[in-house]
Design a protein around this ligand. Structure first.
Ligand code: UT7
Length: 339
């Protein structure tokens, strides 16, 4: 009997309406369009505005769109895994809020926190639930409201991040020409010192002093993270390519985490892979943390064909990183888009 694999049978992305431009940022902090564009490739990012608007707002939009595009009944969903570092609250989990708000009454849900690698790790977990034979329809979402943990007086971080996310539907397949085939994930806790939130967790709960000291915002040492990101991602991409006998010719798309366009260019170069086959939308969204990979798949969906070979790769706080190889399961140009 053919092996059961998990195939991505639909994708939908969502970004909030408000567009924060480089021009507007240059009125908030000492920066300019030239610096941001040349150092990061980012022109705009989207921001979720308004009272009581948490990450679940974006996850719910992504889930609703995904159900509609795939013509799926919410009651048929078994499980929702939501990758995020900016859940609505420390608990309950955002996946559970989203399943409730979308009528997925037979689903259970949980959040997974691996920073920018969250979606990749969650996709692997979701795929294993399908491969195990116990789950037939699993949704994997990745979304972050980074504006909720960004210090808009810190020019080294506020120009990079944005809000947004997306979700994919996973279903079982025995078709050898589609599905999630292989992955390699890595972690290195010594990277904690380069990308972190000081306070708000159990080690240093929120106090008046921690708020005054602005310790609830992202702190990043950009250069060491940049270096580790290009080394880490290019290493696992090359290993996954070699393990699956893929080369620049047979691989159709590289789907990298969108943290910095210079990182994307360098990883492509180190993996000896042409930039024309590398997905990128960082110019419009910035770094949406767990949201970047599903947003890329959503934007490039019309160009994807059944059987296309894709490698997804990500690197994030922790450090966490990885790469995942899949064969795309449908012709994207035949899907009715909602936007
Ligand atoms: O997704 C999670 C993983 N995160 C990443 O992968 C991010 C990795 N790191 C990066 O993408 C880059 O390191 C950054 C975009 C964060 C920074 O770019 P960089 O080329 O590494 O700049 P830098 O930190 O070395 O700073 C260069 C200069 C400094 O000025 P001096 O010391 O040379 O006078 C900074 O103060 O640029 C200055 N600078 C800015 N200038 C204008 C830093 N931020 C800004 C800014 N506008 N927004």
């Amino acid at each position: 009997m053919s092996k059961i694999r998990a195939a991505i049978t639909g994708v939908h992305g969502y970004v909030p309406d408000y567009v924060l431009t480089n021009e507007e940022l240059s009125t908030i902090v000492d920066t300019n369009d030239e610096w941001i564009t040349s150092r990061t490739g980012i022109k705009t990012r989207h921001i979720l505005k308004g009272e009581d608007q948490g990450t679940s707002v974006m996850v719910v939009e992504a889930l609703k769109g995904l159900l509609k595009k795939t013509d799926t009944n919410p009651e048929d969903i078994d499980l929702v895994i939501c990758a995020t570092v900016t859940g609505d609250a420390i608990f309950p989990d955002t996946a559970n809020i989203a399943t409730y708000k979308t009528g997925m009454v037979n689903a259970f849900g949980f959040d997974l926190n691996a920073a920018c690698s969250g979606f990749l790790y969650a996709l692997t977990v979701g795929a294993k639930m399908i491969e195990g034979g116990t789950h037939k329809k699993v949704i994997v979402a990745g979304a972050d409201k980074m504006s909720s943990i960004i210090d808009y007086t810190d020019r080294t971080t506020c120009v990079i991040f944005g809000d947004g996310g997306g979700a994919v539907l996973l279903e079982p397949t025995t078709d050898p020409d589609c599905g999630i085939i292989d992955y390699m994930h890595r972690g290195d806790g010594s990277g904690e010192k380069h990308l972190y939130l000081v306070a708000g967790g159990s080690r240093k709960p929120a106090t008046v002093d921690s708020v005054i000291a602005r310790e609830h915002f992202v702190t990043q040492n950009g250069r060491p993270v940049f270096k580790a990101a290009v080394t880490g991602m290019s290493d696992v991409v090359k290993k996954v390519m070699a393990h699956n006998n893929l080369d620049a010719e047979s691989l159709d798309w590289l789907v990298p985490h969108q943290a910095n366009f210079r990182i994307i260019q360098t990883v492509a170069k180190m993996a000896d892979f042409p930039l024309e086959k590398v997905m990128s939308n960082i110019e419009r969204y910035g770094n949406t943390t767990a949201g970047t990979l599903p947003l890329c798949l959503h934007d490039y969906e019309p160009q994807l064909k059944k059987g296309d070979n894709l490698i997804l790769t990500a690197f994030g706080g922790g450090f966490t990183w990885g790469a995942l190889y899949l064969k795309w399961a449908y012709d994207g140009d035949k899907v009715k888009r909602l936007d």
